[in-house]
Write a protein that binds this ligand. Structure first.
Ligand code: FAD
Ligand code: NAP
Length: 532
C-alpha cells in the first residue's frame, strides 16, 4: 500500500491549494517544495518592483468566501511582499504547514505498473510512494541565465531576478547593467535607476507596456465590491481571461478613427492591460487591427521619452501587441528621461561577453559594479523536465515531450497514469489570470480522484487519441490568432534548441472550463479508467 494518496510537487499558488483541496476531500497529501518558503513565484521573485499585473481582487483564491471577505488588499495591483503574506495567511488559516516539506527538491518520479503507484525520490535521498502524482512546479519557475562568455570572471555581483536574495541588493551609488526588457526588466529597471549612479539597460527587443494606474484600495470601495464578490467570481470563471473585462464588442477596423482614439485613451488613462487589449474584438486576430493599437502605444512612448532617438529605439516593431504578455508599468518609459539611465541597443550592437570589469557589446565596453539578469524562464515545461519522470513501461517524460510538451486538456498526458499537471501545456494557464486557472485545475483533479474512488477505479490515464485531438485543437485555435507570430517564451523561442510549439490554449478560460466540466460529467471520455 502506498505511503500517501497524493504527492504534490511545488508550493506556490497551485501546490498550496492542491494540499488544501485534496486534504479536504479526505486524502493524505504531502507537498515537496524546493524553496525555503511557500509562495513559488512570489517567494523567488522578490526583486524590487515585483508586482502583479492582475488586480488583487482577481489574483486571489475564491474557494473560501470567508477568506475573501476577511483578507484586505492594500492596493489595486499588489506587490510581491503582500502576495507572499497572503499565501502565508492561507497556509496558517487552513493549517497547511504540516503537509508541506520545504527545502526539498523532487528529483525523480517513477510509475510502478504492478503496484499502480508512483515512487517519488527527493534530493535528500528519501523515497515515498503515492497513488497520485500532481505536478504544481509552475509554468515560470525554471529561470534561465543566458550563456555569456566570461561571466565567471566578473568581479562585481550578479543576480537573476528569479533568485533574488531575501535580504535585497544594495545598488546605491553603483553602476548597474540590466539585461532583459520583458515584464520583469520593465518592473525592476525604474527601481534600480532610482538609487544607482548609472543604469545601463541592455535591450534586445523593445517591449510594449501599458500604465497600471496603481492606487490604494479604499475601504469604502472594498466594502462595496465585497458585497458582490460571489457573483463576480462566477463571472470571472465564465470570462475569456479569468477576469471579467468589458470590451466594446466591435472590431477596431470598423470604428471611426476618432472613436478609436477616444476608447484607447480612456482605457490608457484607466490603466491595466486586459481592458486595454480587450477593447476591440479583432486586436489579437488581425494584423491590420493590431497595427492600430501598436501605433497608439508607440505614440505614447514618443510623447513620454524626451530624446527622440531613445524613444524610437523603445518603440516595439517586431511582434504584435499582446502576442507577448503585455507589460504594465507606471514609470518605465519616463525613466529614460533620467540623466543616469542609458539604453543600449543590442539589435545594432549585440552583447559579446563579460569580463572582470563589466560587459562588452560589439561596439563598446560598459564598466559595471553589478549585473541583473531579467532574462526569463524555460517556461511551461522547463521545471517538470528537470525531474526524471518515468511513466508506464519506464518511458521518460522528457522523451515523450521531445517534440514539444502536450497534454489532454492541458492536465494529463498519455503514458503517465495517475499524474496530473496543474496549468499544464494545452490549458489557458499563462494567458489567463493564473490564480483562477490554478483553482479550476485543482478542483477538477480533486473531483476526478473522487470519481475514481466512488466508482471502483484506481487508475486514470489520458488516451493518445484524445491528447492528439486536443493538442490539434489547441494549435488550430492558436494559429487563428496573432500569438504565434512572436518569438516569445509562449512558443519556446527564448530557449536555444527548444521545439517551437505553441502550447497554451487561447480559446478562453470560460469555454475551456466548460469543456473540462463536460468531460467530468460524462464520466471522463478521453481517459482510460482502470480497476485492480
Ligand atoms: P510557482 O509559483 O512557480 O510555484 C512552483 C513551485 O514549485 C516553486 O516554488 C518551485 O520552487 C517548486 N518546484 C519546482 N520544481 C520543483 C521540484 N522538482 N521539487 C520541488 N519543488 C519544485 N500570473 C498572473 O496571472 N498574474 C501576474 O501578475 C503574474 N505575475 C508574475 C510575475 C512574475 C515575476 C512571474 C515569474 C510570474 C508571474 N505570473 C503571474 C505567473 C505566476 O507564475 C502564476 O500566477 C502563479 O504564481 C504560478 O503558481 P504555481 O504554483 O503554478 O507555480
Ligand atoms: P521574458 O518575458 O522572457 O523577458 C526576458 C527578456 O530578456 C527579454 O527582453 C529578452 O529579450 C531578454 N533576453 C533573454 N536572453 C537574452 C540574451 N541572451 N541577451 C539579451 N537579452 C536577452 O521574461 P520575464 O520578463 O521574466 O517575464 C516572463 C513572464 O513572467 C512574463 O511574460 C509574465 O507572464 C510573467 N511576469 C509578470 C509580471 C507582472 O507584471 N506581474 C512581472 C514579471 C514577470 P528578447 O525579447 O529579445 O528575447
Amino acid at each position: 500500500m502506498a505511503d500517501l494518496d497524493v504527492v504534490v510537487v511545488g508550493a506556490g499558488f497551485a501546490g498550496i491549494y492542491a494540499v488544501h483541496a485534496l486534504r479536504s476531500s479526505g486524502l493524505t497529501v504531502r507537498a515537496f517544495e524546493a524553496g525555503g518558503g511557500i509562495g513559488g513565484t512570489w517567494f523567488w521573485n522578490s526583486y524590487p518592483g515585483a508586482r502583479c499585473d492582475v488586480e488583487s481582487k482577481d489574483y486571489s483564491f475564491s474557494f473560501s468566501p470567508e477568506l475573501e471577505q476577511e483578507w484586505s488588499w492594500s492596493e489595486r495591483y499588489p506587490a510581491q511582499p503582500e502576495i507572499l503574506r497572503y499565501l502565508s495567511h492561507v497556509a496558517d488559516r487552513f493549517d497547511l504547514w504540516p503537509h508541506i516539506q520545504l527545502n526539498t527538491r523532487v528529483t525523480a518520479a517513477r510509475w510502478d505498473d504492478d503496484a499502480a503507484e508512483w515512487t517519488v525520490t527527493t534530493d535528500d535521498g528519501a523515497v515515498v510512494s503515492a497513488r497520485f502524482f500532481v505536478s504544481a512546479v509552475g509554468c515560470l519557475s525554471a529561470y534561465q541565465v543566458p550563456s555569456l562568455p566570461g561571466l565567471e570572471t566578473f568581479s562585481g555581483t550578479w543576480h537573476h531576478t528569479a533568485r533574488w536574495p531575501a535580504e535585497g541588493v544594495d545598488f546605491a551609488g553603483k553602476r548597474v547593467g540590466l539585461i532583459g526588457t520583458g515584464s520583469t526588466g520593465i518592473q525592476v529597471a525604474p527601481q534600480i535607476a532610482a538609487v544607482a549612479s548609472q543604469l545601463y539597460v541592455f535591450q534586445r527587443t523593445a517591449n510594449y507596456a501599458v500604465p497600471n494606474r496603481n492606487r490604494p484600495w479604499e475601504p469604502a470601495a472594498e466594502r462595496e465590491f465585497k458585497s458582490r464578490y460571489r457573483q463576480y467570481r462566477k463571472e470571472a470563471r465564465e470570462s475569456f481571461l479569468g477576469v471579467p473585462v468589458a470590451g466594446t464588442g466591435r472590431p477596431v477596423l470598423a470604428e471611426p478613427p476618432e472613436d478609436v482614439q477616444r476608447t484607447f485613451t480612456e482605457r490608457w488613462q484607466a490603466g491595466g492591460g486586459m481592458p486595454f487589449l480587450g477593447a476591440y474584438t479583432d486586436l489579437l486576430v488581425d494584423q491590420a487591427a493590431n497595427d492600430v493599437i501598436a501605433e497608439f502605444m508607440r505614440d505614447r512612448i514618443r510623447e513620454t521619452v524626451s530624446d527622440p532617438v531613445v524613444a524610437e529605439l523603445l518603440c516595439p516593431r517586431t511582434f504584435p501587441v499582446g502576442s507577448k504578455r503585455l507589460c504594465q508599468s507606471d514609470d518605465y518609459y519616463a525613466m529614460y528621461n533620467r540623466p543616469n539611465v542609458t539604453l543600449v541597443d543590442l539589435r545594432s550592437t549585440p552583447l559579446e561577453s563579460a569580463s572582470a570589469g563589466g560587459l562588452s557589446t560589439t561596439s563598446a565596453f560598459y564598466e559595471l559594479d553589478a549585473i541583473v539578469f531579467a532574462t526569463g524562464f524555460d517556461a511551461i515545461s522547463g521545471a517538470l523536465r528537470q525531474i526524471d519522470v518515468r511513466g508506464a513501461s519506464g518511458v521518460a517524460l522528457a522523451d515523450r515531450w521531445g517534440a514539444g510538451p502536450h497534454a489532454y486538456l492541458g492536465i494529463a498526458t498519455a503514458g503517465f497514469p495517475n499524474m496530473f499537471i496543474v496549468t499544464g501545456p494545452g490549458s489557458p494557464s499563462v494567458l489567463s489570470n493564473m490564480a483562477l486557472s490554478i483553482e479550476q485545475h485543482v478542483e477538477w483533479i480533486r473531483d476526478c480522484i473522487g470519481y475514481l474512488g466512488a466508482h471502483g477505479f484506481t487508475t486514470v490515464e489520458a488516451t493518445s487519441d484524445a491528447e492528439e485531438a486536443w493538442m490539434a485543437h489547441v494549435t488550430e485555435v492558436a494559429y487563428s490568432t496573432l500569438f504565434p507570430k512572436a518569438d516569445s517564451w509562449y512558443i519556446g523561442a527564448n530557449i536555444p534548441g527548444k521545439p517551437r510549439v505553441f502550447t497554451t490554449y487561447v480559446g478562453g478560460v470560460g469555454p475551456y472550463g466548460s469543456k473540462c466540466d463536460e468531460v467530468a460529467a460524462a464520466g471522463y471520455p478521453g481517459f482510460a479508467l482502470g480497476a485492480p
